[in-house]
Design a protein around this ligand. Sequence first.
Ligand SMILES: *Cc1c(COP(=O)(O)O)cnc(C)c1O
Length: 637
Amino acid sequence: MTPTLERWTVERSRELYGVREWGAGFFGVSDSGELQVTAKPGSFEHAVSIPEVIEGIQARGLDMPVLLRIENILDTQISLLNDNFRSAIESLDYKGSYLGAYPIKVNQQQQVVEAVTRHGKAYHHGLEAGSKAELIAAMGMLRDTEAVLVCNGYKDEEFIDLGLHATQLGFKCIMVIEMPGELPTIISRSKELGIKPNLGVRVKLSSQANGLWAESGGDRSIFGLNAAQIIEVIDTLKDAEMLDCLQLLHYHLGSQIPNIREIRNAVAEASRVYAGLTHEGAGMRYLDLGGGLAVDYDGTQTNFMSSRNYTTDEYCVDVVEGVMTVLDEQGVEHPTIITESGRALVAYYSMLLFNVLESARFEVEPLPDALPEETNIHIRHIFETLQTLNLRNIQECFNDALYYRDEIRQAFSQGNMSFRERALGDRVFWETVNRIALLAKDLPSLPHELEGITQALSDIYYCNFSVFQSLPDAWAIGQLFPVMPVHRLEERPTREGLLADITCDCDGKIDRFIDSHGVKRTMPLHELKDSEEYYLGAFLVGAYQETLGDLHNLLGDTNVVTIRIREGGGFDFVGELEGDTVEDILSYVEYDTRMLFNRFRETAENAVREGRITPVQRKETLQAYKNGLQGYTYFER
Ligand SMILES: *Cc1c(COP(=O)(O)O)cnc(C)c1O
């Protein structure tokens, strides 16, 4: 580092890691360089320091990685959505109301559904179930009969009966017809049980949404009925004298719709269908827009797939206005608007905290001033290239180095070069690339061909977590999550690196990071210190990541800690769930761990018999095995 560099400030860290952009007012950097979190967006007076929470977690004997939930962030998000709809309704003089329905699949954990129903009660925020298991969870959790309980998903007789019973108990339970085949069963079961159902239909809209996750809208959608099928539903219900049961129109464009235009188009189209159903004589009362309200993961406020080009407030206003415009023109009464927003409610509320185990950095041994006479010609060519390298011929030198590198590889595979000589070739090549990268920093813009260089030369930080378990969407669909250090932010991060997890799978890494101009392949990191742990966080992981995660390499659920930020500052630990032990994980894949232990004991006894170990050593070995079974699946210090 040259001494002329300006002093580093926490403000520069805020900018570098884009905290203000992706943090939605929940995250900030304190003047002492620690990442802070608040449940009151934009107000950091009583914010909580994440390193302080980590200290508290460790004092309680829980190891990293930890999934940390901030309970009152979820409260804030529920209020934000409901309040925004209420004010849109009021300011536009809309005659209907708004009801939220939290889709359980977005995060099914009991703690989460409990928090949604508890805080949501004030707004009659309901639940959406997409399967029998989710409906059973919802019927047990929901107490509020003013709230809706929307049943989506393909339904068998058991599912339908459950829905009918919920209706009988007084729940506003609405069964949405997703497939033409469901209707006859619904009609016959409701007649047999003598319970009048509340029904909805899911429509396939033709407004196609764009986005990484958005595939359920449009003509190719696997769910929902087309116009002709909906008319059939109407006729069938009419024949059964049940047309008044049809009260709701549902659609779901897909999750994470980044562009408000897609949302507006769908609202307009669905409102027309709604009007049509009303004119047909159905008992229409609800228009359910499904999910899609996006999260600005990268903070760019664009229609990029990891972002969104609208605020929650704009979303609410556009939805209410869109419905009104069509229905007023059609002379149809304003319905209760329902949204099944999940991602936007829960994403901010969880973060994954983990420590870095070590780093590998790119380093080349210094080269000699001259190469021995007999050195292979291709190696000598690269060496000469290196001697002539300057700002003007960077590109040319890079191309030459690549060309001769390939020649070296070929010579080696054809048996024309020794292994030691090949190693020298690699050294010369990498030193050349390294010097090119250093020079390239002075170029106003990096030539296209050189873009991969920084990544090739970057550090690898080995981190104590599993991408597959904790950030499955980062691996499966290339989703971006904000990732940054949670401390040392008053210090200049002097390294650039990508993150590898501990699964030893070459896909077990994060090498795509948020950036104001797209996607970055490395992130700025601090140099590791021998005496001190280095902690990073992956943020906005509350939606979809927990149950989509898998047991790759048998790394299990992480510890989960929930805190509540106090009004006047400070925080309380309000929940803690211990992660899986090795024993838990093995039993998930059908091992009988008692049998495993017994077998291993026999192996150890045989070793005693053969004189390989003493009985005392046997005891130590068995103890180590037992400790392993009962331990955490992640790296324990
Ligand atoms: C997944 C899903 C949702 C949730 O979507 P978000 O974009 O997370 O809000 C809502 N409704 C249905 C039918 C879904 O399948």
